[in-house]
Design a protein. Structure first.
Length: 421
């Protein structure tokens, strides 16, 4: 068998933890209701290969003994009896100097998961059934993926998919790339395939897809009361929400919203279900990197918070802008464009932050470079998007949508650094 570089095992393990945080992620679906190991599964050990040792301890053999025996490939037998798995994951790791292929195949209608090592069936687990109406990932064949496939080879094998691509340097995986498309994610290390995972789509996930999501109807925006005065442009914003002279200014009157400083936070409250904004009249920025930390004391479905950018500063309100919002209770992040009195969805991605306790801080990061936008939530990549419909420079602001009167967002920190000065 081929040998992996010494760093590959730790890379795959790091990627697996990234995957756990991403499950949402991206791409036309990435809804995840994948089961974990049942309470009756093998116990973990403190060895160098805890999962492998647990597997073979359960089978009554040592890791060394198991690796010395040629495996019996049982996968074709399972495929002939049950058909393609409803969802699967696979990865390659180095054990005792040998490359080993680990696989998990889930069959929700049969309430069973089958785990393989180099094709050998090592255990089965009971799993919960999927809800009625769930869409399975039957389009993907786990046997079609080989260790070390390049991105070009994978894309050639799946020519009908539109992939989103995410570098993983910020997740401490140098040279790592994540490809995401309809119900599938693939991880690459130095352009070699090391991880694949497919996902089911439960009915509640079908309305929140990432790639190719439909245009959503516009929400009526209130009429602005007045425009904030223009100030000299600067190259950055850093609002700690402790100085009334440097914080954002509410764009609309109190019949629609309130915004003010409250014990080191910017408190925005909704009294109108439209897009509510507090703007920074300067600077006008083109390319920039922004990070916003905020909390929702009582997150409810339909309540989102985030920022507007590349907006105008017209006297009658904002004639156009990009709107980036996180909906914690609904577990998605969305980018929209407001233009010609229409709010159009550009990109949407599922997240896995819905289980956070109420009031937990959420970090939303945005990088703008020309017509390309990179979005991260809690330091994990959410999506990249391209859109060139609006001017490449504009002002920024804080934003929320709250369908319930009294919905509130607490903004804790907002940092923006221009990168095109």
């Amino acid at each position: 068998m081929n040998h992996l570089p010494p760093s590959r095992t730790s890379w795959v393990l790091s990627l697996r933890s990234v995957w756990s945080a991403l499950l949402v992620l991206v791409a036309a679906s990435l809804a995840c209701n994948m089961p974990g190991r049942s309470a009756g599964g093998p116990a973990q050990t403190e060895s160098e290969y805890p999962l492998a040792d647990a597997v073979f301890e359960e089978a009554g053999v040592s890791l060394e003994e198991a690796l010395a025996v040629s495996p019996e490939d049982r996968r074709q037998e399972i495929l002939s009896q049950l058909g393609p798995p409803d969802a699967f994951s696979l990865e390659w790791q180095e054990l005792e100097g040998r490359q080993v292929r680990w696989e998990e195949w889930s069959y929700f209608d049969f309430r069973s998961r089958f785990d393989f090592v180099d094709g050998e069936l090592v255990w089965t687990l009971d799993i919960d059934p999927a809800p009625d109406g769930t869409i399975y990932a039957h389009a993907y064949d786990p046997l079609a993926f080989r260790a070390g496939m390049s991105m070009v080879e994978v894309k050639a094998q799946l020519p009908d998919l539109n992939f989103a691509e995410f570098p993983l340097e910020e997740a401490d995986i140098p040279g790592g790339i994540l490809l995401a498309a309809d119900q599938i994610m693939l991880g690459f290390d130095q352009d070699e395939l090391v991880y694949v995972q497919t996902f089911i789509l439960a009915p509640e996930d079908l309305e929140s897809t990432a790639i190719g999501s439909p245009t959503t109807p516009a929400m009526a925006a209130p009429t602005a009361t007045s425009a904030a005065p223009t100030e000299p442009a600067v190259a950055s914003i850093h609002d700690r929400f402790d100085d009334p002279g440097t914080t954002a200014q509410p764009l609309f009157g109190t019949e629609h919203m309130t915004f003010g400083l409250d014990q080191g936070a910017g408190r925005m409250a909704a009294h109108n279900p439209g897009v509510l904004v507090a703007t920074y009249p300067a600077p006008q920025m083109g390319d920039f990197d922004a990070t916003l930390i905020f909390r929702l004391p009582n997150p409810r479905s339909g309540t989102g918070a985030g920022m507007v950018f590349r907006s105008d500063d017209a006297g009658g309100g904002l004639a156009h802008y990009y709107l980036l919002l996180v909906y914690p209770a609904d577990s998605y992040v969305v980018l929209k464009r407001f233009q010609e009195k229409q709010l159009v969805e550009v990109q949407r991605t599922r997240l896995t932050i819905g289980s956070l306790p109420a009031g937990s801080p959420i970090t939303l990061s945005l990088g703008c470079s020309g017509d390309e936008f990179s979005v991260y939530v809690n330091n994990m990549p959410a999506f990249t998007a391209k859109d060139a419909k609006l001017p490449l420079r504009g002002i920024l602001g804080l934003a929320m949508i709250g369908p319930y009167d009294g919905d509130q967002v607490l903004f804790d920190d907002f940092r923006v650094e221009a990168s095109d000065e």
